[in-house]
Design a protein around this ligand. Structure first.
Ligand SMILES: NC(=O)c1ccc[n+]([C@@H]2O[C@H](COP(=O)([O-])OP(=O)(O)OC[C@H]3O[C@@H](n4cnc5c(N)ncnc54)[C@H](OP(=O)(O)O)[C@@H]3O)[C@@H](O)[C@H]2O)c1
Length: 262
């Protein structure tokens, strides 16, 4: 299937590693021009090299997206580099896990400050550019924890549930301008973040973290956790013109873990 992404101008937040990096590479293989943003400069440069090798055109802006000014700078530089923005993939996230009974509220502030606010601000900043072209795609990476909170991951779940709400509201606001906003909710995915989140459990149980992740996966209908490339392939579809009748949807990619609503 030709996704017709050749030359499309993309911004991927959290694009230097993990799921964001795989999204950037999936879009690069389709010939897109991609601005990745995150804080770590050397990982950004490394991923730009991989984007160029994969057949795309890469550009990087180092930024801490908790600040509105940084989001403005990313969109400004990307527009200067590529002449506009067609696609935004919101992926930067770093919420920390902590038991709810002594959860410091700063952890909630941090989770919302990065994920919820940057997804909203980046969307607000790119939408005028997309409206000018009468076409755009915004794909958010939320997480299945948004609909399945657990006592140890409230900062993560709260950040993710805000994205589901914003997806619907933003979609209603801009679908008439040819801009489709959709969200993917991955379950456990094989990235450094998953290893970091489960390291404490592994240490407590005196086990290797890879073994803990393997056990988690074996309890799922899929029998394993997701690979980031699997999430990225669906992102590429949602970012394309082939995706033409999905408005404000949230798609669960959790290996069959989810049972009920929402
Ligand atoms: N892995 C999973 O199991 C899983 C499951 C469900 C949902 N998700 C979601 O998927 C997204 C990506 O997760 P991942 O697993 O790929 O994690 P990851 O490998 O840790 O990547 C997180 C990305 O966010 C960037 N980032 C962190 N803090 C930032 C800040 N203040 N400003 C700008 N960028 C920042 C990181 O780059 P720098 O550190 O260089 O800034 C990195 O690029 C997150 O939103 C996460 O909640 C992950």
């Amino acid at each position: 299937m030709d996704l017709e992404l050749e030359g499309k101008r993309v911004i991927v937040t959290g694009g230097n590693r993990g799921i964001g990096r795989c999204c950037a590479l999936a879009l690069a293989r389709e010939g897109a021009r991609i601005c990745i943003t995150a804080r770590d400069r050397s990982l950004l440069d490394q991923t730009v090299g991989e984007i160029n090798e994969a057949g795309g055109e890469g550009y990087a802006v180092s930024a801490d997206l908790t600040a509105l000014e940084a989001c403005r700078r990313v969109v400004g530089e990307s527009v200067e580099q590529f002449g506009g923005v067609d696609i935004l993939v919101n992926c930067a996230g770093a919420a920390r896990a902590h038991d709810i009974l002594d959860l410091p509220t700063e952890l909630i502030d941090d989770a919302l400050g990065l994920k919820s606010y940057s997804y909203l601000r980046m969307s607000q900043l790119v939408i005028p550019h997309m409206k000018r072209n009468g076409w755009g795609r915004i794909v958010n990476i939320a997480g299945s924890a948004g609909a399945s909170p657990a006592q140890g991951n409230i900062p993560v779940s709260l950040a993710n549930i805000t994205i589901l709400n914003m997806t619907r509201a933003l979609s209603d606001a801009v679908s008439g301008d040819g801009i489709l906003v959709n969200t993917i909710c991955p379950g456990f995915t094989n990235t450094q973040r998953a290893r970091d989140l489960f390291q404490a459990k592994a240490d407590k149980e005196g086990r290797d973290v890879e073994e803990v992740l393997k056990d988690l996966g074996s309890g799922l209908p899929a029998g394993r956790i997701a690979e980031p490339e699997e999430i990225a392939d669906v992102v590429a579809f949602l970012a394309s013109d082939v995706c033409s009748y999905m408005f404000g949807s949230s798609i669960y990619m959790d290996g069959g873990d989810r049972r009920g609503t929402p």
